[in-house]
Design a protein around this ligand. Sequence first.
Ligand code: SAM
Length: 275
Amino acid sequence: MSQIDDLPPLREVLANHELNAKKALGQNFLLDLNLTQKIARTAGDLEGTHVIEVGPGPGGLTRAILSLGAERLTVIERDSRCLPALEEIAGHYPGRLEIIEGDALKVDFAEIAGGRPIRIIANLPYNVGTQLLVNWLLPKAWSPYWQSLTLMFQKEVAQRIVAEPGDSHYGRLGVLAGWRTEARIAFDVPPQAFTPPPKVTSSVVHLTPRAKPIAVEAAALEKITQAAFGQRRKMLRQSLKSLGGEALLQKADIDPTRRAETLSVEEFCTLARVL
Ligand code: SAM
C-alpha cells in the first residue's frame, strides 16, 4: 500500500480510537488509501477546490481528498467517536479541514457552499444515501450549487440511478437522476474492501448536473413517477387513473396501454407538465 501522508495506517486509527463499526450508522469503513484515492480521483482534478464529504468516519476518504489537493474540505459526521481521528487529520492539513458534527439530512449544503462551486464526495451510509441523493437532485432552484456528486452506493441502488427506459432497474430514481444529471457507474467495489464487509457489492456513481434540464415542476414529476412505478406492471391508463388516466395520457400524446418502464425521461416530463 502506498503512503499518501504521514498519518497512521487506518487500522491503527480504528484501534487507537476504539472505533468498532456500528451497523445502525451504516458504518462500513474503507481502510485502503489507494482505493479511497481512486474514489476521490473519480471526482476530477481536486486541486484548489472546495469539497463536502458526508460521513468521513475514521477519515480514509478524507485523507485521500486532502492529499489530492482540495483547498478546503468540509466533513459532516454524526458519530462523535470519530471526531478525535478527524481532528488529527485537521492538524496534519492546517486550515483546510472543517469538521461539522451532525446529521447530514439536516444540514444546509447550499449554505456551506456559500455561493461558490463545490463537489460532493462520499462513501454514504446505506440507510440515508438515497434520501440525500434525492435532496441534492431536487433543490428549490436549478442551477445547483454542486459541480459533481461522487458517491458510493449499494450496487443495486447505483443501477437504479443510472437505469435507462426498458432496464429492469428503471424507476423513480432513474427518472429523477436522468432528468437533472448525467450519471454513470465509475466502478464496482467488492464487499471485502470494507471493514466490516457488507453483504453486497457496492458501486461508485458519478453525477454531473445538466445545464438545462427540461423545465417542469419537481413535485409534479415526483407525483407522476410515484403513481406510474407504484404499479409498474399495469398499463399507464390504470396506474395513472387517480391523476387523470386516459385523458391525461391523451393530452401528453402517450399510448395509454404502455407501461411505466417504457417511458423516457422526456415523456415523464411531458406528463408532469400536462398534469
Ligand atoms: N467515509 C468513511 C469511509 O469510507 O471509511 C465512512 C463511511 S461509512 C459507510 C458511513 C459514515 O457515515 C459513518 O462514519 C457514519 O457514522 C456516518 N453517518 C451515518 N449516518 C449519518 C448522517 N445522518 N449524517 C452524517 N453522517 C452519518
